[in-house]
Ligand binder design. Structure first.
Ligand code: BJW
Length: 224
């Protein structure tokens, strides 16, 4: 069976990484227009680097949880699993998942806004860091901000069209185009989340609860 999985911040919440829109989420403490848009970066690159440097440090100390581990186990089994994440952390990879598609980029990567090259980041980035390829002081985190086109959209669209089952895990479905993937698929659809998302009505079935409980339980069933 071809299974397409889309994860969001909820899958990493129990690893200690904050979500965005929950009551204690990042967007309650930071203005997303200032830290997650190209315009905010142009206005104040130091503030944006500080935001991502702090999140990179948190991520270094976080550990994959039982949900990440269960999804890696599912990938090692007999089903054909495409794992897409909106998360910029690397907890899926550290749990053993491979070929993870990071549609909103990765905290551990840097991008040169001048020449378009990418490379592994040092733990902290600063506004005037020169690009190692073209030397322009135009380096930025390799993440997808509002108004930018998410990565791998062609691959994601094809995977949605070919899937037998689409599962969204730990995402509020407030952000497009990720929230619209459920509409691209003709497959069965399942939402695994703490509570109904903004697009819950678009899914055939749902299971609600903490990811570390409901994801391993679902993986056990589908692998049985
Ligand atoms: C648990 C749990 C536990 C908690 N267990 N669950 C209509 C159509 C198309 C686009 C738009 C549109 N209207 C507006 C737009 C534009 C915009 C958009 O969507 N805006 C909305 C605010 C409406 N989208 C864009 O700008 C995107 N680009 C774009 O559209 O380009 C045009 C285009 C696209 C495609 C083809 C051609 C053209 C870009 C969006 C970029 C989003 N970037 C961010 C930041 C990334 C870097 C970073 O991490 O800092 O991505 S914003 C932030 O939100 C981050 C996340 O990946 C994303 C989604 O958040 P997520 O993962 O859902 O987290 P939360 O916090 O919202 O939800 C957590 C969930 O977990 C909740 O449901 C909890 O209940 C649950 N939970 N604990 C299980 N223990």
């Amino acid at each position: 069976m071809k299974i397409m999985i889309l994860t969001g911040a909820g899958v990493s919440a129990e690893s200690g990484l904050g979500t965005f829109r929950d009551t204690d989420g990042l967007w309650t403490r930071y203005d997303l227009n200032e830290v997650a848009t190209p315009e905010g970066f142009a206005r104040n690159p130091a503030r944006v680097h500080e935001f991502y440097n702090a999140r990179r440090a948190n991520c270094l100390h976080a550990r994959p949880n039982a949900a990440h581990q269960a999804l890696a186990r599912l990938q090692r089994g007999t089903h054909d699993v495409t794992l897409i994440t909106q998360n910029v952390d690397d907890l899926h990879e550290r749990a053993g998942s491979t070929d993870v598609i990071h549609m909103h980029g990765e905290l551990t990567r840097a991008l040169c806004a001048a020449c378009g090259k990418r490379w592994d980041t040092p733990p902290t980035m600063s506004p005037n860091d020169p690009c190692p390829y073209c030397t322009a002081p135009a380096t930025r985190p390799d993440v997808v901000w509002f108004g930018e086109i998410p990565y791998a959209m062609d691959t994601i669209t094809l995977a949605a069209q070919e899937a037998d089952l689409f599962v969204a895990i730990g995402t509020s479905a407030e952000v497009y185009p990720a929230a619209g993937i459920v509409e691209l698929t003709r497959s069965d659809t399942l939402e695994l989340n703490l509570e109904p998302s903004a697009r819950a009505n678009a899914f055939d079935t749902h299971r609600f609860g903490p990811a570390t409980e409901i994801v391993p339980a679902w993986v056990d069933e589908i692998m049985a």
